[in-house]
Design a protein around this ligand. Structure first.
Ligand SMILES: *[C@@H]1O[C@H](CO)[C@@H](O)[C@H](O)[C@H]1NC(C)=O
Ligand SMILES: *[C@@H]1O[C@H](CO)[C@@H](O)[C@H](O)[C@H]1NC(C)=O
Ligand SMILES: *[C@@H]1O[C@H](CO)[C@@H](O)[C@H](O)[C@H]1NC(C)=O
Ligand SMILES: *[C@@H]1O[C@H](CO)[C@@H](O)[C@H](O)[C@H]1NC(C)=O
Ligand SMILES: *[C@@H]1O[C@H](CO)[C@@H](O)[C@H](O)[C@H]1NC(C)=O
Ligand SMILES: *[C@@H]1O[C@H](CO)[C@@H](O)[C@H](O)[C@H]1NC(C)=O
Ligand SMILES: *[C@@H]1O[C@H](CO)[C@@H](O)[C@H](O)[C@H]1NC(C)=O
Length: 548
């Protein structure tokens, strides 16, 4: 079977309240081969659910709603379930509440309905979901792309359906499944994403609920990454995330740590905040990190239209990340991605650098530094324990990652797939350029603006305090000039101050920070007005100080 698929970029609007949600349009759709035989179906009489891998770009789970089986993209970066039925719509109950969910690639709107849902071996009555009648903004035809909707695997509190329906009626499907169990330590799922085109891999992609994939039980002995340790600026932005190891976050192809300072104001020194999001085909990383990985590759060319590096497919690059003191290597077949059949200007077959500069999903509030998508998740067996994200549990949620990539056998796989079986990885053609010859990809004006906004928005409490101090100083100065030094001749005696510092958003949603200062003649007894405006989330605070 041949299919048209595109890389997925799913970012929910509330993923980061200020993130741009304008639709990303791709200049092309690529043809990708993927095996025509369907993967052997596991018996889903227990908690294991087969994931269909579409060209290493989408992982899809089947859910049965009202007796009809639908194919849903699994998305750990969001929490809502929506479906656009391909043909007949089963019998559902309309709650009368409507909702529109915005993702980076499109929006899904409709009414919230309830239905009986079956997922793996679990059945949930009255499961709320968004019945989408028009999904065209997601692409010409999502059904042709291999899916009918999306299932968010994030926490309840990130769900907009949950927000809309009061009480438990809007609980996510997973939450409803977890609440059937009497043992809350079983509130976990696990994800094993398989890799097409890797001769060294022999497992089926799957998701399990409340159990481990046989042979991967060792994940329980891996460090528990605390997903809540990064203090939140907003309540709605909790995600599956972890901190990299101190001063040892991400190791580049030259074996050296890639230096990068976190944009998250509260991140511990030397650590980066990483979100794990199966809704992204490629990893979204700071531009400097992307350049450090691909900017020293001979023949690599930056594609400013798609905002990714194109790299000769034979380039073997070793990249790894460290979490909880454990090293997680990324398979070279994932680092230099050959799933989209792209070519350079002269027609040469090229691959895509899967550590892509973060643009659309850039966190304007400085909540995270990077997002690890499917290209990374294929290298781990991940256990997502919901803890108290699920009802009736008091334990903390956590994330455990077991590496599934062995560097030596990955090397052999790469030689087989990309080098025709002959190891030429040490040829001079594949040597990295010296670090002082690293090529830097161009930063767009839009991106500079976003970085500037992030700097202000993520630090507004500090800016706010700074402004307050400034105003107090100016106030003090004016009082001193006008009252204490009355008559001493600098001409300021009859002038009073109007000083205001404001930080607000204009019609385009941009943050404007301005300091206004003007002096007007008014009676010295009525001494003026000092105003301070500050944005705090969605609230406008105004302080006024009158002196007389
Ligand atoms: C679930 O079913 C599959 C297929 O029958 C089996 O291989 C696996 O061991 C089962 N898992 C558990 C935990 O029983
Ligand atoms: C998922 O559902 C589709 C549509 O019903 C079906 O064609 C496909 O075989 C199912 N896949 C799995 C893994 O069950
Ligand atoms: C709950 O499950 C955990 C792990 O699955 C197990 O260790 C524990 O004994 C169970 N507790 C009860 C009360 O069944
Ligand atoms: C799959 O591969 C692993 C490691 O390469 C090996 O240990 C295991 O026996 C293989 N399993 C099967 C079913 O071939
Ligand atoms: C599981 O982990 C233990 C301790 O870390 C190790 O000794 C053992 O070899 C591991 N087993 C597998 C199958 O990897
Ligand atoms: C990547 O690491 C493996 C294992 O250390 C090594 O065999 C291989 O040569 C490395 N590849 C490159 C291009 O550095
Ligand atoms: C085509 O472009 C690639 C990458 O830009 C370059 O490496 C290659 O030499 C070019 N081939 C020809 C025939 O010009």
């Amino acid at each position: 079977m041949r299919s048209f698929i595109i890389p997925l970029f799913l970012t929910l609007a509330n993923f980061d309240s200020y993130a741009s949600v304008s639709a990303l349009t791709f200049p092309f759709q690529v043809r990708t081969d993927f095996p025509s035989h369907s993967l052997s179906r596991r018996d889903s009489s227990n908690g294991s659910i087969t994931l269909t891998n579409t060209g290493n770009a989408q992982y899809i789970a089947n859910v049965t709603l009202g007796g009809q089986e639908v194919r849903l993209i699994i998305d750990t970066g969001s929490s809502d379930l929506w479906v656009n039925f391909p043909s007949t719509v089963p019998t559902t109950t309309d709650t009368g509440k409507s909702l529109s969910l915005s993702y980076a690639i499109g929006s899904a709107g409709g009414d919230i309905h309830t239905v009986t849902a079956q997922f793996g071996s679990y059945t949930v009555n009255n499961q709320a979901f968004l019945l989408v009648t028009d999904a065209s903004s997601f692409g010409s035809d999502i059904h042709d792309q291999g899916y009918d909707g999306l299932i968010g695997l994030g926490p309840n509190e990130g769900s907009q359906i949950y927000d809309k329906l009061s009480g438990d009626a809007g609980d996510t499907l997973l939450n409803n499944i977890f609440s059937q169990s009497s043992n809350s330590s079983n509130n976990f799922i696990s994800l094993l994403l398989n890799r097409h085109g890797d001769p060294g891999q022999n497992y089926t992609g799957q998701m399990t609920i409340a159990e481990y994939v046989p042979g991967f039980e060792n994940v329980t002995s891996m460090p528990k990454n605390d997903v809540e340790s990064v203090l939140k600026l907003l309540g709605s932005d909790q995600h599956w995330q972890a901190l990299t190891d101190k001063d040892n976050g991400i190791i580049g192809p030259d074996g050296q740590v890639i230096q990068y300072d976190s944009i998250v104001p509260k991140a511990p020194d030397g650590q980066l905040v990483v979100v794990f999001d199966s809704g992204f085909t490629f990893n979204q990383v700071p531009r400097d990190i992307s350049d450090a990985i691909y900017g020293r590759v001979q023949g690599a060319i930056y594609d400013s239209t798609n905002e990714w590096w194109t790299v000769p497919c034979g380039q073997m690059l070793n990249v790894s990340l460290n979490f909880g003191g454990v090293n997680y290597p990324v398979h070279p077949l994932d680092t230099v991605d050959d799933n989209f059949g792209i070519t350079s200007a002269n027609g040469t077959h090229m691959c895509i650098g899967s550590f892509q500069p973060i643009t659309t999903a850039f966190s304007l509030l400085g909540n995270y530094d990077m997002i690890m998508g499917m290209s990374f998740l294929r290298n781990v067996y991940a256990v997502l324990n919901y803890g108290d994200w699920a009802d009736d549990d008091s334990a903390d949620p956590f994330l455990q990652l077991l590496s599934t990539t062995n560097v030596e056998s990955a090397h052999n796989d790469f030689v087989q797939v990309r080098m025709g079986g002959v190891d030429t990885s040490s040829a001079s053609q594949w040597a990295l350029l010296p670090s002082n010859e690293e090529v830097h990809s161009p930063v767009s004006e839009e991106e500079k603006k976003k970085q500037y906004q992030e700097m202000i928005l993520s630090r507004w409490p500090y800016i706010f305090v700074g402004c307050l101090v400034f105003v107090l100083l100016v106030t003090g100065f004016i009082i001193w000039r006008c009252c204490c030094r009355k008559g001493q001749g600098l001409g300021l005696r009859e002038k009073v101050g109007f000083v205001s510092t404001s930080s607000r958003r204009n019609a385009e949603g941009e943050c404007i920070l301005s300091v206004l200062q003007s002096f007007n003649s008014v009676p010295t007894s009525k001494f003026g007005l000092f105003g301070l405006w500050g944005w705090a989330g969605k609230r406008l605070w105004i302080w006024r100080v009158y002196l007389s």
